[in-house]
Unconditional design. Structure first.
Length: 191
């Protein structure tokens, strides 16, 4: 898939044909969509649109959190070492009630689905080591760019053509200026 050299500011929801919802939470909705707008050579491209409700952004920290997610996905687009290792930002747009991130669509199933289907309910040692090494090397690249990925769980790792791909930068944080973070976060049931 062609990725733009810089992120695109789409006109709005009319730029997309929304195909199906893949997540609906309290603060956001995620859709698989096809880009209709002919911008950046992306017309006809499948993507994922994450719609974040602005009504839930009550504090400066919450707004910064969305900005960090956008910046992390944009950094991933710009870093050739991360191509194929994580979803990347294609562009953004706003509506009156939402801030929307347009991300690459990845064709694969979450890692936890593969666990459930694996022979005996677990992976072979070789396969496990391969996944761990690949994910760890992806995290290392993110760390070298100053980002920490704070929501690593089986549902945020897709297997795409046999390789693990990180999705959802919602908990990512840039620590290049501070060197650390003092917040505790993650998905409770995955801890």
């Amino acid at each position: 898939m062609k990725e733009p050299s810089s992120s695109i500011c789409f006109k709005g929801s009319e730029s997309f044909d929304f195909i199906r919802s893949i997540h609906s939470g309290r603060k956001s909705k995620v859709w698989v969509a096809k880009i209709e707008e002919d911008v950046g050579g992306l017309a006809g491209t499948l993507c994922v649109v994450k719609m974040i409700e602005t009504g839930h952004l009550h504090s400066r920290e919450q707004v910064e959190h969305v900005w960090e997610e956008r910046q992390a996905a944009d950094m991933a687009r710009q870093n050739p070492s991360l191509r194929g290792r994580c979803c990347v930002l294609l562009g953004t747009y706003k509506t009156q009630t939402q801030v929307c991130l347009v991300l690459t669509a990845m064709r694969g199933d979450p890692l936890h689905h593969h666990f459930q289907r694996a022979d005996g309910g677990h992976f072979t040692e070789f396969r496990t080591k391969f996944y761990i090494h690949y994910i760890a090397s992806t995290l290392k690249i993110l760390h070298e760019e100053g980002y920490i990925y704070r929501d690593l769980k089986a549902s945020n790792v897709l297997l795409v053509e046999g390789r693990p791909v990180l999705i959802d930068f919602g908990m990512c944080k840039n620590i290049s200026k501070t060197g650390r973070t003092y917040s505790v976060c993650g998905t409770y049931h995955a801890m």
